[in-house]
Design a protein around this ligand. Structure first.
Ligand SMILES: Cc1cc2nc3c(=O)[nH]c(=O)nc-3n(C[C@H](O)[C@H](O)[C@H](O)COP(=O)(O)O)c2cc1C
Length: 332
């Protein structure tokens, strides 16, 4: 059984990776993920704010008095709320490269073009095999249009690409009005891979304390549906690789996403919920399922249910929506 796959030009022994999270925030965590069978590991993100905070601290400490220094820094989150600082992050990349055999993908998380993009070069120099760029941007400014948002993504991507030679994957939000066209623009602007999708964590309200609370919710298998549709539509239409993140808990979830067109699937919530050993079990179960169903390699399986391959391509579009609503029968 040939489970090997290629993603971002890296040859992976199977298609199940771990996605960016604090599970990989230090070397022991990364080693545990490697021992648990991850074919590649994405490190947690280094945030634009962390890089700028460090640069600002240095600048203000040298240029100005301590009063304005303190005030300016209060705009940023407290340093101890970050997992690791920029220098520690580079150390982590270097340590992982020394100690691990699987590819290490670093992650940069930003929202606007800026000097922070230069950090991509430092990450490359530290030895990362590839970089995942997560653009977490909410257009809450009433004057910003959809076109502005798209241009912002492309500008950041180009800035980062201009810094490095290693492959750069872009972790995208699903909230674009014309996602296919946006994916194509990213592909043409040089993205080596698209990671579908970034989950935007929604704030919650505490109605007793009258506070807005950050709220991270783990996914469930039903969360694969959004990437599933878009992988199926994009497969075969772009030069870049495709990764699925969101809702991979079982081998069935992974197989569906691979059939839709993913080169790799990533796990995060399932590892928190069931333990990291879930990953190796999932790989074994994919293999058994493929054997039972007569698939000799991943290549045969991949994209076999993409929009180009299924008998009813309209099922991924509006037709499916009409059919679903009309065929729904209430239980009561
Ligand atoms: C606790 C936690 C921390 C995360 N940290 C990051 C991060 O630093 N950078 C990033 O791009 N995604 C981050 N993610 C998102 C995951 O990498 C993943 O894309 C998302 O959870 C969807 O996959 P899942 O359904 O397997 O959890 C985080 C998710 C969780 C639950």
């Amino acid at each position: 059984m040939k489970l090997s796959t290629s993603y971002l030009g890296l040859t992976l022994k199977h298609p199940v990776m771990s996605s960016a999270s604090p599970l990989a925030q230090n070397l022991p965590g990364v080693k545990r993920l490697e021992d648990a069978g991850a074919s590649a590991i994405v490190l947690p993100s280094l945030f634009e704010e962390q890089i700028e905070q460090e640069a600002l601290s240095l600048h203000l400490a040298m240029e100005q008095g301590s009063e304005s220094f303190g005030e300016a820094l209060s705009y940023f989150p407290e340093p101890d709320r970050f997992l690791v600082g920029p220098d520690e992050y580079l150390n982590l990349v270097a340590q992982c490269k020394q100690s691990c055999d699987v590819p290490i993908i670093a992650s940069l998380n930003g929202r606007a073009p800026g000097s922070w993009a230069h950090h991509a070069k430092l990450i490359e120099q530290a030895g990362a095999d590839a970089l995942e760029l997560n653009i977490y941007y909410l257009a809450t400014d009433f004057t910003i249009t959809g076109a502005d948002v798209e241009n912002n993504y492309i500008e950041i991507l180009k800035a980062v690409k201009s810094e490095v030679k290693i492959p750069v994957a872009l972790k995208l939000s699903p909230y674009f009005s014309a996602f296919a066209s946006m994916a194509k623009r990213c592909d043409e602007a040089g993205a080596d891979g698209l990671v579908l999708f970034n989950r935007f964590y929604q704030p919650d309200l505490d109605i007793e304390e009258l506070e807005v609370k950050p709220h991270v919710e783990l996914s469930t298998s039903s969360d694969i549906r959004l990437p599933l549709r878009w992988l199926a539509i994009l497969h075969g239409n772009l030069k870049c690789g495709l990764a699925a993140t969101s809702g991979v808990h079982t081998h069935e979830d992974a197989i569906k996403l691979l059939m839709a067109g993913a080169d790799v699937v990533m796990m995060c919530s399932a590892l928190y919920q069931w333990g990291i050993h879930r990953l190796a079990r999932l790989v074994d179960e994919i293999e058994v399922w493929m054997q039972d169903h007569g698939y000799e390699s991943l290549e045969v399986l991949r994209g076999s249910m993409s929009q180009r391959s299924v008998a009813d391509p309209a099922a991924f579009e509006r037709a499916n929506y009409m059919k679903s609503l009309q065929s729904f029968r209430a239980l009561a």
